[in-house]
Write a protein that binds this ligand. Structure first.
Ligand SMILES: O=c1nc2n(C[C@H](O)[C@H](O)[C@H](O)CO)c3cc(O)ccc3cc-2c(=O)[nH]1
Length: 320
């Protein structure tokens, strides 16, 4: 039988890891549980950045350089909206991308759940994985910040894109998560998995949000399959993005070992750190998590496939 791999994924880091995994294990049956806490409603449309990033990356439609949005993109609709004074201007929705959000919103309006809509969108892109949203229910990550001396709670995209995480995140709240239910297929995929992988996605706003949906953390922790994660922190700094800002909000240091301890031995069986962080492996092992150091820079598909192979090998080792 084909190996069943379940991956909890955020946006760019998760999508690039998945491309390496598909190349490393082309025969595997891969289910992706995607973060939807980054979702935002704009211009009456539902935008799902992380689901789309996975779908476009694996389907060959991504803008490779920026890692999100469509390649060969134009921004005519956005500038027409701006001409009407309609924003936000800080969020770059392109014309091709708009079509995805229009189809999604139309289907949601017709009563289809997000999981069914995502499946329908994927029939065009053939990502080669089964892409499931973590939940069909609305969950939105909000960030508490102080701006001009005033405490405010803003949408994650406003914090990430408009403010570029330039102020401290005082709290990160996945609004709606407590009442959300895992999407159809999520718990079953975890229960039936042979391996569960946590790619080098953001531990707080990507994987943390998925785990915040009641039932998902428990299903990962109690799964028969080994759970192996890859550190998004290399040499004390996030490989990409601004994960350090949101890690600080939950009181976690930006080190490979601290992120492993944050997930904890109750969740993780194995943890890969970069060779630059090899010295932190004993600290992770002391926490009851098997730890190996391998190169973790996703410079190209070959290097990423090697990371995926290392994660699968570690899963076999801890399964024994
Ligand atoms: O830095 C940006 N990231 C943009 N992203 C990426 C996104 O904000 C984040 O990187 C993810 O949500 C974090 O995983 C987009 C993603 C989409 O799917 C659609 C539109 C955008 C627009 C922007 C943008 O204008 N600037």
């Amino acid at each position: 039988m084909r190996m069943r791999i379940v991956v909890l994924a955020g946006g760019i880091g998760g999508a690039r890891f998945l491309r390496g995994l598909r190349s490393a294990a082309p025969e595997a049956d891969v289910t992706v549980i995607g973060n939807t806490g980054d979702d935002i409603h704009l211009f009456g449309l539902k935008v799902c950045p992380d689901l789309d990033t996975v779908m476009y990356t694996l389907g060959g439609g991504i803008d490779e350089e920026q890692g999100w949005g469509r390649r060969d993109e134009s921004f005519r609709v956005k500038s027409e909206l701006a001409a009407y004074g309609v924003g936000p201007e800080w969020f770059g929705l392109g014309d091709r991308d708009f079509a995805t959000h229009i189809v999604r919103t139309q289907m949601l309006g017709a009563g289809y759940p997000l999981s069914a809509v995502t499946e329908a969108l994927c029939t065009r892109w053939n990502p080669g994985v089964r892409l499931l949203p973590m939940s069909d229910d609305r969950v939105e990550t909000h960030v508490a910040v102080t701006l001009d001396g005033e405490r405010r709670v803003i949408h994650f995209q406003e914090y990430w894109v408009r403010l570029r995480a330039s102020v401290d995140a005082e709290a990160v709240v996945p609004v709606g998560a407590e009442e959300a239910k895992p999407a159809p297929g999520v718990l079953q995929a975890l229960a039936e998995a042979d391996v569960i992988l946590l790619p080098p996605s953001n531990p707080v706003v990507s994987i943390g949000t998925i785990l915040a949906v009641p039932g998902i953390r428990e299903a990962v922790a109690s799964a028969a399959a080994p759970v192996v994660g890859l550190s998004p922190i290399v040499g004390g700094a996030p490989v990409r993005g601004m994960a350090d800002k949101v890690l600080a909000a939950v009181g976690v240091e930006s080190t490979a070992a601290a992120v492993a301890r944050h997930y904890g031995a109750g969740l993780l069986d194995g943890w890969l750190v970069d060779t630059a962080d090899a010295a932190s492996a004993p600290e992770v092992e002391e926490a009851g998590i098997r730890c190996l150091a391998v190169p973790l820079m996703m410079t190209d598909t070959g290097a990423t496939a090697a990371m995926a192979r290392a994660a699968l090998a570690l899963a076999e080792e801890v399964r024994a």
